[in-house]
Design a protein around this ligand. Sequence first.
Ligand SMILES: [Zn+2]
Length: 146
Amino acid sequence: METITAHPRTWTPEQSPAAKRDVWTALKRGFRCRCPRCGEGKLFRAFLKVDDHCSACGLDFTPHRADDLPAYLVIVIVGHIVVPTILWIETDYAPSVLLQLSIYLPLTLILSLLMLQPVKGAVVGLQWALRMHGFDENAPDEISPG
Ligand SMILES: [Zn+2]
């Protein structure tokens, strides 16, 4: 029979597990366009321009890589609101096409513009919570963004 001996290990900060980041809290804070870590500082410096860092806690926002995901998500969300509404009104009331277009096109545009910033904030919050891209302070140098 073989005996297993445990080697004593010395704790160092590099070996400690990273602090857990709550995904839902980060999503909610990002959706409110606030810093996903503290929920205080503003996430955006312009409509869709993410600020460089949090004004309250100093979290660096530059590692985010939201790219086109917020736009895709907004298309899905707004489409699931507008299309059933159009089908319901068309089948029950059948108003003129001109009237429908004069309502649905501005409605789609306004809903999309209203949703873009919160959805992008939620995507940045999700990336921070999941330590994606450069949001992992313990990532090896070769995978952190340049
Ligand atoms: Zn913050």
